[in-house]
Design a protein around this ligand. Structure first.
Ligand code: NAD
Length: 516
């Protein structure tokens, strides 16, 4: 299969040529910890380096936070919050700063995108888009900052007027994964700031570059010291303290369901609020009357975008049995045309896999699938090259009980299942402990709506896949998460509600008689 596939990773350009073309700095990006408005070295001098999965070069060199550094960052965020400067800015003032940050990130789009390519292996064209989408989130959060409001109750009797005001929840720990580093940070931090919270941020140790780059922009945009603190570090110590510490009021986490569960158990010790965006095994249900070309293209996009390292990957399709063979053939033909390989090549649509360990996990899933009776009908191989590449892969003859039908592979791997009627399709779609997103393809709106209302998923796409808007809430059912990001919910998540009851006039409803 390998030779027939559309790899752009052939050695047409050397690393030196490619890096010159994109002005890749000769030295790795250097990052320090950002605590209380200052940059510092780690207290024990420790460092984390990142080797590009695409080019096998060290591309980042960060100070590695210790538990003591984490403690300092949390104290800084606590003091900044308790001082109240940021939370007492008007919505308009906070919005102006968020918009300034958006402008500055946009001015540095190329540099941000390049760092994400080098650290994650994603294609440059996609990374440029992601930075732009992220900027849009900062701008949307600015709008939210100005429109944050509570509620009033004028129907409680003539002697009572009540208000429900929204207040920032306090210090927020923000923990993010490696697959969309700056985009996911931007689903959280601007909204926490818009609400008036302060934050400690820990990006994935594999892709910390753009979170660290943001620190300079925060200073330029006049975010007061201590309001945002950024640590590069590992989960087991830095992330764990950010979750357990009594001075932290909320943890917002995006990552695997396994770590999400661990973290929730730790946070429960201090009963702090936890919001979780976790994994998915997202079904797309394909009916015979669908727009065939559109469905084929969207399935290929939904599976292989970001090398399938995507919580929203449409990684299992359920195809009506009457069209299954032809549909799968059409998907395979189109998937074989996906340009994969060198992420700095402008044509590339699928870049490198994030790490050796993760590539092994994907390969193990394929081995188990074959052992359980599935067939690899496209790709399946690791591409021999200087970086970590894998061919777009299709696994057929999959049944609902197989591991590959139920677990998140998080790689460029599509599982194909079949169904005979709508009820069976919904039953297979829901037979999974994830519930992040789902899709349905049909010209029959009744079928589409029936599926949309029956699947257990936080987002359902009808005749489309993976569109997203800042205005629309995003999050998961079941073990795909709790809470919602984006939309009005984005800001509400970072607030507490305070009920204020105002008695009007003389006391009524005396407990003891007035003159007792
Ligand atoms: P991960 O769970 O391994 O790590 C995520 C973050 O948690 C990292 O910053 C890591 O250092 C930190 N961490 C690890 N152990 C910790 C601990 N004990 N306490 C606190 N923090 C800890 O996830 P990953 O491999 O970086 O990302 C891939 C996963 O993320 C996939 O499962 C994917 O589905 C999920 N994801 C979900 C969404 C969504 O919006 N639902 C979006 C992107 C990724």
């Amino acid at each position: 299969m390998g030779e027939q596939m559309n790899s752009t990773s052939s050695e047409t350009m050397t690393w030196v040529e490619r890096s010159r073309e994109h002005s890749v700095p000769e030295q790795p990006f250097k990052g320090q910890l950002f605590i209380n408005g200052d940059w510092r070295e780690a207290s024990d001098g420790g460092r984390i380096t990142r080797t590009s999965p695409a080019y096998r070069k060290v591309v980042s060199d960060f100070c590695k936070a210790t538990v003591a550094d984490t403690q300092d960052a949390i104290s800084a965020a606590r003091q900044a919050f308790d001082k109240g400067e940021w939370s007492q800015y008007s919505g308009a003032q906070r919005a102006a700063i968020l918009n300034k940050i958006a402008d500055l990130v946009m001015q540095n789009q190329q540099q941000f995108a390049l760092q994400e390519v080098l650290e994650s292996g994603k294609p440059i064209s996609q990374a440029m888009d992601e930075i732009e989408w992220a900027v849009d989130l900062w701008r949307y959060a600015a709008v939210c900052a100005r429109s944050l409001h509570g509620d009033s109750f004028n129907n409680l009797g003539s002697d009572m007027l009540a208000m429900v005001v929204r207040e920032p929840i306090g210090v927020v720990s923000i923990i993010t994964p490696w697959n969309f580093p700056f985009l996911i940070l931007s689903q959280k931090l601007p909204f926490a700031l818009a609400a008036g919270c302060t934050a400690v941020v820990k990006p994935s140790e594999l892709t910390s570059g753009t979170s660290v780059m943001l620190a300079k922009i925060l200073v330029e945009a006049d975010v007061p010291a201590g309001v945002v603190n950024i640590l590069v570090g590992e989960g087991h110590d830095v992330g764990a303290l950010m979750t357990s510490h009594e001075d932290v009021d909320m943890v917002t986490f995006t990552g695997s369901s396994a770590v999400g569960k661990q973290l929730t158990a730790v946070a429960a010790q201090s009963l702090k609020k936890v919001s979780l965006e976790l994994g998915g095994k997202n079904p797309q249900i394909i009916f015979p009357d669908c727009d065939w070309e559109a469905a084929v293209d969207a399935v290929v996009f939904g599976t292989f975008f970001n090398a399938g390292e995507c919580c929203n990957s449409g990684s299992r399709i359920l195809v009506h049995e009457s069209i299954a063979a032809d549909f799968q053939k059409a998907v395979a033909e189109r998937a074989a045309k996906v340009p994969f390989g060198d992420p700095l090549c402008k044509e590339t649509k699928v870049g490198a896999i994030v790490s050796d360990a993760h590539l092994n996990v994907i390969q193990t899933y394929l081995q188990v699938a074959v052992a359980e009776g599935a067939q690899i009908s496209l790709g399946g191989c690791v591409v021999e090259h200087s970086g970590l590449y894998m061919q777009p892969t299709i696994v057929s003859n999959v049944t609902r009980d197989m591991q590959i039908a139920r677990e998140e592979v998080f790689g460029p791997v599509l599982s194909v299942l079949t169904f005979s009627d709508l009820d069976e399709a919904v039953s297979i779609a829901n037979d999974c402990f994830y519930g992040l997103s789902a899709g349905v393809w049909s010209a029959n709106i009744d079928n589409c709506l029936k599926v949309a209302r029956s699947v257990k998923a936080g987002t359902v796409w009808i005749n489309g896949w993976m569109s997203g808007y800042p205005e629309l809430p995003f999050g998961g059912y079941k073990q795909s998460g709790q809470g919602r990001e984006l939309g009005r919910a984005a800001l509400d998540e970072f607030t507490e509600q305070k009920t204020i009851q105002m008695h009007i006039g003389e006391r009524t409803g005396w407990w003891l008689p007035k003159n007792a």
